[in-house]
Structure formats: C-alpha cells, structure tokens
Design a protein around this ligand. Structure first.
Ligand SMILES: Cc1ncc(COP(=O)(O)O)c(C=O)c1O
Length: 381
C-alpha cells in the first residue's frame, strides 16, 4: 500500500520559483499573483480574486469590507476550523453557533432560520470536507432576511452545487491554500467575488487602502497589507495545473472505496446530495454507528492509513468561548459527531486502485477490531 505524500511538487514548481527568484519583484506585484488570481477566480465561477497570505485573513477581510462590527451577529456552524468563528469575533461581532443537518456535517438551514435575530448580519457557510452545504437553501434564508451570505470555502476548491462552484454563491467566498489543502502553497488564501464594489473595496483594504489608477502613495481608506508573495503564486500556478486531475483521481478512488465497503453497516459516510455535482474530496468524512471510534482510528493509523478522529469538541467549547463572547444554539448533532466521527485526508485517495483496495481492507479490519473491543469491554462491566 503506497499512500502518496502531500504536498507534491516537481520541476514545474521549481521552474516558476526560479523565474520569480531571478526577477526584480518577489512580492505581490509580480504578474504571477494577478495571473493566479484571475485563473483561480474564473475556475470557481467568480469574476474577481483577491489573494492574501492565508485563508484566515481573507475571512476577516470579507467581514471588514461588509462593515460587520460590534453589536452585530454572524451565524457560523458549530463544527469548523476555529478561523470561521474567530474572524467574526475579531470583527467585533458575535459568532452564533448553529447545529448541523444530520449526516451532512454542514449547517442546517432550518436551524439557521431559528437563530436569526434583529442583530444578525450574515451567515458564514462552510463546505465541510469539500462537500457543498445546502447553499441554495441558505441563499433563500439570507435573501428573505436581508443577510450577507459568506462562503468559507477553505475545503472546497473545485466543489460544485448543481454545476456552480463553491465561492460563487455568496457575496464572497474564502479559500485557503495552507499546506494540507488540495491546492496549496504552504500558506495562502483568496477571496473570490462577482460583486464589483465588494471586490474593489476588498482589493483596496488588502493593499494598504490603495485604489487602481491612483499613485502608490495615495491611500483612500483604512487598509492593511495582506498581499500574497510571488513565490506563493508561483507554487500555486503549478499546483493549479494538477488540481482537476487530482479531483478526478480522488473522486474515482472514493467511489471505489465506498463500493468495496458497501456491505459495511457500521459506517455512515457524509451525505452527498444529488446537487453536489463535484467534490474536492478534501476529506472523506464518516461516522461510526457501532464500536469505539478512537480504537478504530488508532487501528487505521497503526496500519499506516492516516485518519483524524474528528475535532476534539465543537467550536464553542474552546477555552476562548468558555466565558461568553458568543451565542450558542442547541447543537445535538454537532455534539454527537465529535464523539463518533472521523475523516481520511485527501492524499489517501491520490493513489492507484490497488492502494484504495488495500485501504478498504484496512478499514474493514479496523472496524471489526473496534466493534469486538467495544463488546468485550462492555461485557467486563
Ligand atoms: C474551514 C476553514 N476555514 C478557514 C481556515 C483557515 O485557513 P488558513 O489556515 O489558510 O488560515 C481553515 C484552515 O484549515 C479551514 O479549515
């Protein structure tokens, strides 16, 4: 079993990096940065791309440009990486943690509707693991209540809902190019948007308050410097060439793995609605209906299959939010998922068919081992 390593690079990265190194511009004004912004935004079906040095500041940038601040509330899922929530807190607004829809690992639009108050300004939707959330239902809720829809699409490069790509539904979509992401440059991020005014303001804030057409030392608004370097853009241009092929490979391997395990009843995989027409497969997420999740993931790791036993807790259980600073709706689904769920990273699905078949065998053995251990432990009591 040969599970590929990540990140991957070859001479194409080296050539582009060398081109930057030999140029007089190593920073964000090298043409590679604009080239990558345009290509990636178009790929995600958006008109504009504003790159930044990671996918946390891009979320903060979106909230800043939308004027979200003290006294406002922003709805976020109870399960995500911490940046989804801290971006809201750092804007001065209050994150409101909302539950997931059963088996989707994504925000439940019904629960979102229940959480809306007169202070709500936006919904931050995450496409967990690359599987799109019910973005059309969330769009409808936002339209009805006059809220901004922001997509935290950090996992969803190339993912689609009815043929339309992640990041192109909300006023803005935020991507991460951090080391483990399916498109990566160690660190990096991008906001995509098709809203002229939003995009112009976001670019200006991220570039020290400058505006197009004015001199370098004219600053028209309170900005900062979030610019991506040319070295990151060089790596991203090379990685981007491989992304469609890698998505195809992962899609085929996930399909094969699920087929091989179709008789296994102890795992429920993250639901794939018919509207999900493409998936980055950043993570293959599942939950155990039987057996001990920690024993299962430990058995996988011992057999050489990388696996994470989910986040240790819901976002609002971080020490950061233990004394308030947030509003928490009832989240029974999210609480259950941190106990029974797991994910396999995308590199597991970048190998050949025999590797996927071997992964399937390891999964099957780890499952029976986790169930038998759970039964024997229970019988001791
Ligand atoms: C859902 C989500 N949002 C935001 C981020 C933040 O991205 P970055 O690490 O590039 O700051 C991540 C990173 O893992 C993430 O998973």
């Amino acid at each position: 079993m040969h599970i590929p390593s990540w990140p991957q690079a070859d001479e194409s990265e080296a050539d582009l990096l060398r081109a930057v190194l030999e140029s007089p511009q190593w920073g964000g004004f090298h043409p590679f940065v604009a080239e990558f912004e345009q290509s990636f935004a178009a790929y995600q079906h958006a008109a504009y791309g504003i790159s930044a040095f990671n996918g946390t500041v891009t979320l903060e940038l979106a909230l800043d440009v939308l004027g979200i601040t003290d006294g406002d509330e922003v709805i976020v899922p109870a399960i995500s990486f911490i940046s989804t929530a801290t971006a809201v807190s750092r804007s001065g607004a209050t994150p409101v943690f909302v539950d997931l829809r059963e088996n989707t690992f994504n925000l439940d639009p019904i629960r979102v509707r229940e959480a809306i108050t007169s202070r709500t300004k936006a919904v931050m939707a995450v496409h967990f693991g690359g599987t799109m959330c019910d973005i059309e239902a969330l769009e409808a809720v936002c339209r009805e209540h006059n809220l901004y829809l922001i997509e935290d699409a950090a996992h969803a490069h190339g993912s689609e809902w009815n043929g339309k790509r992640a990041g192109s539904f909300g006023i803005a979509g935020s991507f991460s190019f951090q080391n483990g992401k399916v498109l990566c440059s160690g660190e990096g991020g991008m906001l995509v948007s098709s809203d002229d005014k939003f995009a112009e303001a976001a670019r200006s804030v991220a570039n020290c308050g400058r505006v197009k057409g004015q001199s370098f030392y004219e600053h028209v608004r309170l900005g900062t410097n979030f610019r991506l370097t040319a070295f990151q853009a060089a790596i991203l241009l090379a990685q981007f060439e491989r992304l469609p092929g890698q998505i195809e490979r992962r899609t085929a391997n996930v399909r094969l793995l699920k087929k091989l395990l179709s008789s296994v009843e102890e795992v429920i995989w993250q639901e794939q609605p018919a509207a999900v027409t493409a998936n980055s497969w950043y993570l293959l997420v599942g939950r155990l209906t039987k057996g001990n999740r920690d024993k299962f993931t430990a058995a996988l790791a011992a057999a050489g299959v990388p696996c994470t036993p989910f986040y240790p807790h819901t976002l609002y259980r971080n020490l950061l939010y233990s004394e308030g600073g947030c509003r928490v709706m009832e989240c029974p689904v999210a609480e259950a998922r941190v106990r029974d769920s797991f994910w396999l990273p995308h590199r597991v699905f970048l190998g050949d068919d025999p590797t996927t078949e071997a992964v399937g065998e390891v999964l099957r053995k780890a499952l029976s081992c986790s169930v038998s251990i759970a039964v024997s432990t229970a019988s001791l009591w």
